[in-house]
Ligand binder design. Structure first.
Ligand code: DGY
Length: 327
């Protein structure tokens, strides 16, 4: 009998086609995502789930308990903070993700937001669209020079490294912080290690690239924002909760820092009355990090490859919890 799969989002056809003849499946094709109750009901009949971040589709204890037959949770994302990996592991359920294929797309968005915030491009666009652009003036919408300024990367993993490569092309001075030194990358990119607080106090731009975990939740809060230079710009394309969003809004209102470029938010979609939406010095995109045609297709292939491998008794290539693998 073919396994039953629930796909909680409308992944590109390339992934769906890979399932034909290999599994019975249902795809949630609508936007917004399914209601929680419906999702849990689908999980309860599934041998495998393709999961995405989001309140209704998170694979927490409740969803894992609902999945009585569940053997594998394949995340259509590199981040897997929406999955209770420890609990899945205790139940012998495999968890997989999609690393690597979204590195360049996400680094592009991070560098794009850096440029947008530094050069006040979204403010300029809003000015034009409002019909209020009346003159060219030598003091109009002056931003920060990107070339020659310093960039501090929190977490020199795949995406942080790809961002450093882009910044090198702009002659930026590169610094990073993290749990370990990356001496090979220091040599290759001319990037220098700084302790966390020193990096915050030193750099013109700070970009966050660590995964969300109990250790990194609220990593950038009031104290850290106050350590940054008043001219500094914070970029976040990792997860919203790594930054204390209320503290960030205050930092931007009260000029502790000059600006921010954000692709991720504590709650997604962002609340309509969130103060960030009213602040001119924030450039923002709605979680578009991996949103290129090529990347989303590669993620679909990878998520389905992981899923099918697990269901066919093979070790999935991107197994997040290898201790469940009995091989
Ligand atoms: C990821 O893959 O983690 C992206 O942020 C999409 O959630």
């Amino acid at each position: 009998m073919l396994p039953m799969i629930f796909i909680s989002t409308n992944i590109p056809d390339v992934g769906i086609d890979m399932l034909l003849g290999k599994a019975n499946f249902e795809v949630w094709r609508d936007v917004p995502p399914p209601k929680r109750k419906y999702f849990l009901q689908k999980v309860s009949n599934a041998d495998g789930v393709i999961a995405i971040p989001g309140a209704a589709t998170k694979m927490d204890k409740e969803a894992i308990d609902a999945g009585k037959k569940l053997r594998i949770i394949s995340s259509y994302s590199v981040g897997y903070d929406h999955i209770d990996v420890e609990y899945a592991t205790s139940k012998g359920i495999m968890v997989t993700n999609t690393p690597g294929v979204l590195t360049d797309a996400t680094a592009d968005i991070a560098f794009g937001l850096l440029l947008m915030a530094a050069r006040r491009m979204s403010e300029g666009e809003r000015l034009m669209r409002s019909g209020k652009w009346r003159y060219w003036g030598p003091r109009m919408l002056l931003g920060q020079q990107v070339s020659g300024s310093s960039l501090g990367i929190i977490g020199l993993g795949r995406i942080g490294t790809a961002l450093a490569k882009r910044a090198k092309g702009f002659d930026m001075e590169l610094y990073y912080t993290g749990n370990s030194r990356k001496e090979d990358l220091e040599m290759e990119l001319g990037i220098r290690y700084l302790p966390f607080k020193e990096l915050l106090a030193t750099c013109d731009f700070i970009s966050v690239h660590c995964p969300l975990s109990p250790e990194t939740e609220g990593l950038i809060g009031e104290e850290e924002l106050k350590m940054m230079k008043p001219s500094a710009i914070l970029i976040n394309t990792s997860r919203g909760k790594v930054v204390d969003q209320k503290a960030l809004a205050r930092a931007l209102q009260e000029d502790w820092i000059a600006g921010a470029g954000l692709d991720v938010f504590e709650t997604e979609p962002i609340a309509k009355d969130d103060p960030l939406l009213k602040l001119p010095n924030v450039a923002m995109t709605p979680h578009l990090g991996s949103a290129s045609v090529q990347t989303r297709e590669a993620m679909a292939s990878m998520a389905v490859e992981n899923l099918l491998a697990g269901l066919e008794g093979k070790r999935p290539p991107n197994l997040v919890n290898p201790s469940v693998w009995k091989g």
